[in-house]
Design a protein around this ligand. Structure first.
Ligand code: FMN
Length: 311
């Protein structure tokens, strides 16, 4: 508890970035933050990650792009976004007015130069705390293999991004790999200041009546509570392979889920799909964490990081 108030201390620190609580909104599920301004008290969150940005605007994939599954959701939005420069000009001025919330920009590309250029544009903007590198895109110069599924490609893209980035670099790992520990280690050695995981799992669904895929892109990313136990295991494996902080996500929808990820080794968490079901999910989880810690007399939430007990 903080000395005078008796309230639990929810603050954490990720790669030198202080967060007043460990709850962040995940990229792609919270727009550019400003869209949630009327619904969520943004200043209550630890922070949020804006939609993935590229050097040029992108229109994304054709519909249908979303499909609800048992305890989860398939999406193939295709990284639709307004482009890094338009983000700085049109969204950042409003975001800068929100007090005491950390804004992270998610960055993606199809070649190393795309990441480089996007980060160079974002370096010019004020008020961004860190970059989150989405490496789950097909690397078009390497025959479409994802950056995040090949250690050498991952090393190349992280090294490039780190060289240009004037802010801390969070590398968001793909879960579609055999050894998440190996990819976590590669990202750390290539210069990542922190890791975030998991991104969505490649998945698909077919309509038995029409025999057509439920998603126009055929394959899509699975997110939501259905993936949570796998995500917890991956966060645990990654956190044990590196010294840098890990931000955990995948199916979080309750304060207890946050605690679970922290016990597995996460320093902070992100909430994605839950905001689709309840746009106020992030804010409610912050309140719930406060109560959870208070009731169990946990003075500092950071004490729980990596605290899973085997006996
Ligand atoms: C509709 C949708 C769009 C997403 N867009 C992005 C994105 O632009 N960049 C990114 O790194 N992750 C993106 N993600 C992945 C989420 O940030 C998160 O990693 C994933 O959904 C797992 O968390 P969750 O189960 O809480 O949703 C997206 C997820 C969804 C559901």
């Amino acid at each position: 508890m903080t000395p005078n108030s008796g309230a639990p201390d929810l603050s954490v620190n990720v790669a030198g970035i202080p967060l007043k609580n460990p709850v962040m909104a995940a990229s792609g599920t919270f727009g550019y933050g400003v869209e949630f301004d009327d619904v969520v008290d943004l200043g209550k969150l630890g922070g949020f990650v804006v939609k993935g940005l590229s050097k040029e605007p992108m229109i994304g994939n054709p519909p249908p792009r979303l499909w609800e599954t048992a305890a989860g959701m398939l999406n193939a939005i295709g990284l639709q976004n307004i482009g890094a420069q338009a983000f700085l000009d049109e969204k950042m001025p409003r975001l800068r007015q929100i007090k005491d919330v950390v804004v992270v920009t998610n960055v993606f590309g199809y070649a190393r130069e795309d990441y480089e250029r996007t980060i160079e544009i974002l370096n010019q903007g004020e008020g961004i705390a860190a970059y989150e590198l989405n490496v789950s895109c097909p690397n078009t110069q390497h025959g479409g293999l994802q950056f995040g599924s090949d250690p050498r490609s991952l090393d190349e893209v992280v090294t490039t991004a780190k060289r240009v980035a004037q802010r801390p670099l969070i590398v968001k790992l793909s879960p579609n790999v055999t050894s998440i520990a190996q990819m976590a280690y590669v990202a750390q050695e290539s210069g990542a200041d922190a890791l975030s995981l998991v991104n969505t799992f490649v998945a698909m669904a077919i309509d038995p009546e029409t025999r057509k895929p439920r998603i126009a892109n055929v394959t899509a990313g699975l997110s939501g509570p259905a993936i949570k136990p796998i995500a917890v295991r991956m966060v645990y494996d990654a956190a044990h392979a590196v010294k840098i902080p890990v931000i955990g996500m995948g199916g979080i929808s309750t304060p207890e889920d946050v605690i679970e990820f922290m016990l597995a080794g996460a320093t902070a968490v992100q909430i994605g799909t839950a905001s689709y079901w309840d746009p106020c999910a992030t804010e409610k989880i912050v309140d719930g964490l406060q109560e959870w810690c208070q009731e169990r007399r946990v003075p500092r939430i950071s004490d729980l990081i990596g605290g899973m007990q085997l006996e």
